[in-house]
Design a binder for this molecule. Sequence first.
Ligand code: PLP
Length: 454
Amino acid sequence: MAQNREAEELIEAAKKYVWTNLSEYSDIEKEPKIFVKGAGCYLVDVNGKRYLDTFASLLTTISGHHRPEIAEAVQKQMAQLEFFPNYHDCYTVPVIKLAEKLAQLAPGDLSVSYFVNDGSEACESAIKMAKQYFWQRGESSRNKIIGRRYSYHGATLGALSATGLPDFAEPFHPLVPGFTHAMSTWCYHCELDLEPSSCGLACLKNMEQVILGEKPETVAAIIIDPIPGSNIGYPIPPDGYLQGLRELCDKYGIFLIFDEIQVGFGKTGKLFACENWDVTPDFMCLAKGFTGGYLPMGAVLTTPGIADEFRRPGKDFRHGFTFSGHPTVAAAVLAHIEIIERENLVERAAAMGKYLKERLEQFYKYPIVGDIRGMGMILAIELVADRKTKAPLDPKLNVGTWIRDYCWEHGMILRNNGEILVIAPAFTMTEEEADKMLGLMEQAISGAIEQFEF
Ligand SMILES: Cc1ncc(COP(=O)(O)O)c(C=O)c1O
């Protein structure tokens, strides 16, 4: 509830004039929040209430809120040249420096960057790069894209067509033709009811079946999130899956696109998620934590071999956005990367992630905790009615949302997707903050058990 006149007026104006993303109006009616300040892992709302941010502003502020170095870099660039587009034959200095830096950091020969403004544009662009590549080489019938069920790749129509979550796409049919989906690596809910120890990588076999069913010579690219995101709570792919996928793509001449928008840039305890399996895609999409949340930017990294197909006289990529490669944002991202390196934040994410996972595993003492998964700073708890059978909780009870609301009420931002609770805090989280987060989560879970009489 608003505690002062200014807050009340802002809330009224917000409800009247602002249309929020993915708006859930029952929540807005309950209690809209207006944030005014942030520092480290904390946010403050217009009423002065402090919140521990366990989801890093939707997986973006990985080095914490309020980094004066980034603000300074932005101011400096703005004072010099706020914007000139990165198109045709024009570049700006921070964009060149950022691309050079990414080439040093990225695995394999992913040394060419194509900048965009967010994650959806990154996936959309990678898909179109793959399609145009084959088109201009005279293979225009190689134009299909295979995604996976339960993956999310963005809100634009191409990225949405690659997405494997029907709820997001339902109102927008017909989607873009030429997209199909293979099995996910959500082992806890394996579509075939198999166990990872004995399944023989059935999900990889399914991918090959889908390729063969579509006819390999018609498939331009496979797009996957190496670790599916918060919608299904970060299931780790079984060993051999990503390596096998790379082999399949090589065998059939198909491009492999990794969407690391949510799980890249240090979240797994390595700078890029694919480095955990030593697999390098042909295109890697970045956004979210890449910028530290300061300004919006996404990128598609690819190889010189692919990029040069477009960077020849008489060729051009028939695609682009006005604000792509914004120099002020590039300056912010460079400053953010400097912080990550100076403070060893990726190593810190690995160590803190290990601590969090070990502590979370103690939550198995609660019978409604069905599965605890994830790695590094992307972790999830899936709640169930029966751990043995994995029977779901009655969706009418909205237990996950009850837990989320409890945490918000007690000054902690917690994200849930139904009965999946997800945490992805800033890598700078201290052990004290981590203990506070885990303590409140535990309090909320045991509160739910009492509330719903489980
Ligand atoms: C894995 C993944 N891909 C793509 C996107 C789309 O990114 P954006 O919302 O920045 O357009 C998201 C956003 O949640 C994501 O998690």
